[in-house]
Design a protein around this ligand. Structure first.
Ligand SMILES: C[S@@+](CC[C@H](N)C(=O)[O-])C[C@H]1O[C@@H](n2cnc3c(N)ncnc32)[C@H](O)[C@@H]1O
Length: 308
């Protein structure tokens, strides 16, 4: 299994030298970051996980009826594989491949999933889904279902999201499908609370990226000199997360350094919120013309089933 430490450090250094500085959200996920994300999913303010689950519970039979059994499921950004477990119990696939960048956490999740699903061929693939990754050669091409829950697609701007959706389409034959969870536009106070919870777990998650970056590029970020900052950017329809320097500081790494003024920010995440019809348009542009959508009572979140 590939280790996340082998990922290109060049990308991180380049982002740190930009103005404003940025760190890609995929670097949240070392083992500690993955555990913190699991904690976030249980917070009262963090509605996406439980809302997506409610949709699956309410409409699972309907979705399963459309997909049938014996498919090959490929989950991108599988994390704890909790949603995969529920989906696989519904649709009884023949093969399941969990793809995630957080290799150690993925490995543990897949070991547990194999115990829970003894009749499914369960495999782990530690890979960065934003780069080219190779699925196992012997994985059937027929009746594939790409599963991308959690509104992780929201981490990409619409142009990047279109490119990623097109690559997902490329994993499918004409009999394949994509099941994707997408967070929808809603009241700003609800959105902002979900990314800045009272218990400070999202703040700890955001700050942990500095520990991970220290490990990856041997830098000397001092997390206590940084604060979590999250807000909804209405014009871009996205939550933005940043880390803000609470004091002037200099961060050094082998071969480089950057001075941050007090109040200067590092942009760590975007989470785009969609109108359902805009996301359907994006799916269509990616070559996924036949779409169905299920939502919750408040229309806070949507699950799209899209086919070529
Ligand atoms: C927001 S969590 C969602 C986890 C789970 N799918 C869910 O719906 O609760 C994002 C997941 O995607 C993984 N991830 C983030 N960026 C990734 C990338 N570039 N390549 C592969 N996995 C990535 C993270 O490790 C994490 O498990």
């Amino acid at each position: 299994m590939a280790d996340s430490s082998s990922l290109p450090t060049q990308e991180i250094v380049q982002g740190l030298l930009e103005s404003p500085a940025r760190i890609a959200p995929k670097y949240f996920y070392d083992a500690a970051g993955s555990l913190l994300f699991e904690e976030i999913t249980r917070l009262p303010e963090y509605y996406p996980t439980r809302t997506e689950r409610q949709i699956m519970v309410a409409h699972g039979v309907d979705i399963a009826h459309r997909l049938g059994s014996g498919a090959t499921v490929i989950e991108l950004g599988a994390g704890s594989c909790e949603k995969a477990r529920e989906l696989c119990q519904l649709i009884a696939p023949a093969h399941f491949v969990a793809v995630d960048i957080s290799s150690e956490f993925l490995h543990d999740a897949v070991v547990q999933l194999r115990d829970a699903l003894p009749d499914v061929d369960v495999r782990a693939l530690a890979a960065d889904l934003t780069a080219d990754f190779t699925l196992p050669q012997d994985l059937p091409r027929q009746r594939r279902l790409v599963f991308y829950p959690g509104s992780s697609i929201g981490n990409f701007d619409p142009a990047q999201a279109l490119e990623l959706l097109s690559r997902m389409r490329g994993l499918l034959d004409d009999d394949g499908a994509l099941l994707i969870g997408v967070d929808l536009v809603k009241e700003v106070a609800v959105l902002e609370a979900a990314y800045d919870d009272a218990a400070g777990v999202t703040a700890a998650f955001n700050l942990n990226v500095l520990n991970h970056v220290n490990q990856l590029i041997a830098s000397d970020f001092e997390p206590s000199q940084w604060c979590h900052c999250a807000f909804f950017n209405v014009a871009e329809s996205r939550i933005e997360m940043h880390l803000e320097a609470s004091v002037e500081n200099v961060v050094r790494w082998p071969g480089g350094q950057r001075r941050f003024a007090r109040g200067e920010r590092i942009h760590t995440e975007n989470s785009y919120k969609y109108q359902a019809q805009d996301f359907v348009r994006l799916l269509n542009q990616a070559g996924l013309a036949r779409t169905e959508v299920w939502s919750d009572d408040r229309s806070w979140f949507a699950l799209f089933l899209a086919r070529p």
